[in-house]
Each structure stands twice: as C-alpha cells, then as structure tokens.
Ligand binder design. Structure first.
Ligand code: SAM
Length: 277
C-alpha cells in the first residue's frame, strides 16, 4: 500500500473570497482534515460545501495527535492541515507534523494562499526586498524589551503580529528602543474595517492612544536609514573579500553576503558581476 500525502492548506484571514480553488478541491479530496479548532473550521468547510472527517491538531495536543495523523498517512490516507486562518505553520501549529512527515518519507504539499504578514507587506509601501518575520513579541514587558533590544542593529524590515490590547505598549517600547522609524500598522486585513496606519512610530502610537485600535494587527517597522546605509556599504567590501581574498565562486559569495548583510540577493549579485568585470 502506498503512503498518503500531507497537504498544508492556507485558508482566508477574513474575506472568504480569498479561499483558493485549489484549497477547496484538495479539502474535498483528502480523507481527513486536521484543524486547529474543529468548530471554527467546520463553518468554513460548510460554506464551501466540504464535508470530510475533521480531527483537532493544536499546540497542546500536537504530540499525541501528530503521531496519530502520521499513522494515518502511513496507512495510505491523505490528510490536509488547516489553521484557524491563513497559512498553517506561520505563527500557527504544524511545523512538528511537517518535520515528522518529512522524516517518515511522506510527501508534504503546500497549498498556498492568504497570510496576514505577506498581505500587510504587499500593500505597505515599505521596502520589502528583505524582511525579518518575528511573529508575536513576548507579552511581558521585560521580555518584550529584551527582544526589541536584540533587534536594535537588525538592518531588515521587522514584521510582528500583535494583539490590540498590547499594541500601544509594544509601540511605546519600539519607539524607545528602536527609534522613531517609518512603520505601517495593518489591521483587519481583507475584512470590512481593513485599515493601514502609516507614518513614524510616534505618529502611529499617538493615533492608537487617541483613537484606540481593534481587531487583528500586523506591525511593520522599517529599518533605520543608518542601519540600511551602513549595511549596504559593506556589500562591495565583503564580496571582494570572499571572491578575491578567499577565491569563492560568485554563487557562494553572493549567498554568504546576502545572508550576512540582509541585502536583496539581486543587488548583491549585481555588485558581484561589477566586481568580476
Ligand atoms: N497563520 C496566520 C497567517 O498566515 O496569517 C497567522 C496566525 S497568528 C496565530 C494570528 C495573528 O496574525 C493575529 O494575531 C494578527 O497579528 C495576524 N492576523 C491574522 N489575521 C489578520 C488580519 N486579517 N489582519 C491583520 N492581521 C491578522
């Protein structure tokens, strides 16, 4: 008997029209759907006329449920993993199941779709050539401030998920620790009250304090101009060190400099070609 396939299926983050045709087909075809919250997902599935056996898979039952799902996959059943909204494994449960499936030789197939962070990035107007997804900041002030302090020299745009109850405190810490950078607060994406607050951290914080903010939120914090500039200046120097000094291939040098500086690969590649001429 052949083993089954594990599908990682994205679902809408608000607007049901963002459900992809492929997601609907795959969810109709699999033998079992593993969902973070079965009651929540049942409504989505009913909307799309999908009636399949559902099982729960969430943070607190992931070990025991993961083993059962793997056993079903090994028995030849196909399984789709969905989360409450958006792409599973992105600030949502799933990666251990994927890791264990891969280790067991099970085929894992992504069915891409909505994702709050990429939706926010795409309409932000901030430089998105490179970014660092940080997920949720710690909820306790001390730990949050520690995390932000560790990100101070980070040259990439920062992406955070944040709860409306904590967003003012988080922005106040960002202002104090990272400085008054350009930012975008993207809220209720794809929903009726979708909104983008753009400006400096101090401006967005003022709006949040004065008017309050509700709903689901993604924060995008642009790098400080100094971090970006100082990092960009390093590219030719590092390339020359790896290409001329260490005799690396262009491909490997570009990969290393891209990783070390957080610069866009396309830009590093262009610089490498200039040096090679
Ligand atoms: N896996 C999801 C994804 O792909 O977008 C993210 C799940 S994470 C547990 C939930 C967080 O994502 C929310 O607290 C919020 O920060 C962000 N989020 C989810 N839906 C959103 C929306 N419609 N608008 C803005 N942010 C959203």
């Amino acid at each position: 008997m052949s083993i089954g396939t594990l599908y990682i299926v994205a679902t809408p983050i608000g607007n049901l029209e963002d459900m992809t045709l492929r997601a609907v087909r795959v969810l109709r075809e699999v033998d079992l759907i593993a969902a973070e919250d079965t009651r929540h997902s049942r409504k989505l599935l009913t909307h799309f006329g999908i009636s399949k056996p559902l099982t729960s898979y969430f943070d607190h039952n992931k070990n025991i449920k993961g083993a059962r799902i793997l056993a079903k996959l090994q028995d030849g059943l196909s399984v789709a993993l969905i989360s409450d909204a958006g792409t599973p494994c992105i600030s949502d449960p799933g990666y251990q199941l994927v890791r264990d499936a891969v280790a067991s030789g099970i085929r894992v197939v992504p069915v891409p779709g909505a994702c709050a962070s990429t939706a926010a990035l795409s309409a932000s107007g901030l430089p998105t050539d490179t970014f660092l997804f940080e997920g949720f900041l710690p909820s306790k002030a001390g730990k949050r401030r520690e995390r932000l302090a560790a990100l101070k020299g980070e040259p990439r745009l920062l992406v955070f998920h944040e709860a409306p109850t904590r967003v003012a405190a988080a922005l106040a810490d960002i202002l104090e620790i990272l400085g008054d950078r350009e930012m975008v607060l993207a809220r209720e994406l794809t929903k009726v009250y979708e909104e983008f607050l753009r400006g400096r951290v101090s401006e967005v914080l003022r709006t949040v304090e004065e008017l309050g903010v509700k709903g689901e939120i993604v924060l995008l914090i642009a790098p400080s101009p100094e971090e970006r500039a100082s990092n960009q200046d390093l590219v030719p120097e590092l390339l020359s060190r790896y290409l001329d000094g260490e005799g690396m291939f262009v491909k490997d040098a570009v990969k290393r400099v891209t990783q070390e500086t957080g610069e866009a690969r396309s830009r590093v590649y262009r610089e490498a070609l200039k040096l090679r001429k």
